[in-house]
Ligand binder design. Structure first.
Ligand SMILES: [Fe+2]
Length: 190
C-alpha cells in the first residue's frame, strides 16, 4: 500500500539538509529512512510515508539543541510549509514521548521510535567489529548488545523493544534493521 506523498524524497532531503548540518546526524536520518521503509514493507503499511517520517524525524534536532523537553515538537513548524502530511508530523512529534507529553499507542508511532532507535545500536555494534563494516555485522550481535547497559548507553533499549508491541520479535527486528541499512552502508560510512 503506497500513496504518493506530496513531498518528494528529493525535497525532503533538501529540507533536512537545510535544518541539519551535522553529517553524523544526516547519516542517522538516512539509516532511519531505510529501516522505516523496511518496517512498512513488512507490516503492509505505506512505505513512502513511513520512509519520509524516518528521514525527517530529527529535522528539529539542531533548532532545539536536542533538548528532550522540546525535540520533536518543533518539527511541524519546519515541515508543514513544505506540505509534509500531518500524520507524518504527528509520528515525528510522538517519537519523543517526553516532549509530546503522551505515550505512544499508534503502530506508526511505535515503529518510528523503535526503528530510529535501533539504528544507533546497529551503528555502535558495527564500530566495535574489527573491520567496522556493516557487512560483517551479525544481527545476533545487535541483540546481544541490548543487554549490555553500558554499551551505547544513550540508546534506549525500552524504545527498541517497542518492536514487539507491533508484532516484530527482537531478533527479527535486528535482522530487518541490519538488512535495511546494508544497501546504504557506504553512505552511512559503515
Ligand atoms: Fe533520531
Amino acid at each position: 500500500m503506497n500513496t504518493p506523498s506530496t513531498t518528494t524524497r528529493e525535497d525532503a532531503l533538501k529540507l533536512l539538509r537545510q535544518h541539519v548540518k551535522s553529517e553524523p546526524m544526516i547519516r542517522h536520518c538516512l539509516a532511519s529512512e531505510a529501516v522505516l521503509r523496511a518496517l512498512a514493507r513488512r507490516l503492509g503499511e505505506d512505505e513512502e510515508k513511513w520512509a519520509l517520517a524516518g528521514l525527517l524525524h530529527d529535522v528539529d534536532v539542531e533548532l532545539t539543541n536536542a533538548d528532550p523537553a522540546v525535540h520533536g515538537a518543533k518539527a511541524g513548524e519546519l515541515l508543514r510549509p513544505s506540505g509534509v502530511p500531518e500524520d507524518v508530523i504527528e509520528a515525528i512529534r510522538m517519537h519523543n514521548e517526553r516532549s509530546a507529553g503522551a505515550k505512544r499507542s499508534d503502530r506508526f508511532h511505535k515503529a518510528l521510535a523503535a526503528g530510529e532507535t535501533i539504528t544507533g545500536l546497529v551503528m555502535a555494534t558495527t564500530l566495535v567489529y574489527p573491520d567496522k563494516k556493516l557487512a560483517s555485522v551479525k544481527p545476533s550481535s545487535v541483540v546481544k548488545r541490548m543487554k549490555e547497559k553500558l554499551f551505547a548507553a544513550k540508546v534506549d533499549r525500552d524504545v527498541i523493544r517497542e518492536c514487539e508491541a507491533i508484532g516484530i520479535p527482537l531478533a527479527d527486528f535486528a535482522q530487518l534493521a541490519v538488512d535495511a541499512m546494508r544497501p546504504i552502508a557506504a553512505e552511512l560510512g559503515l
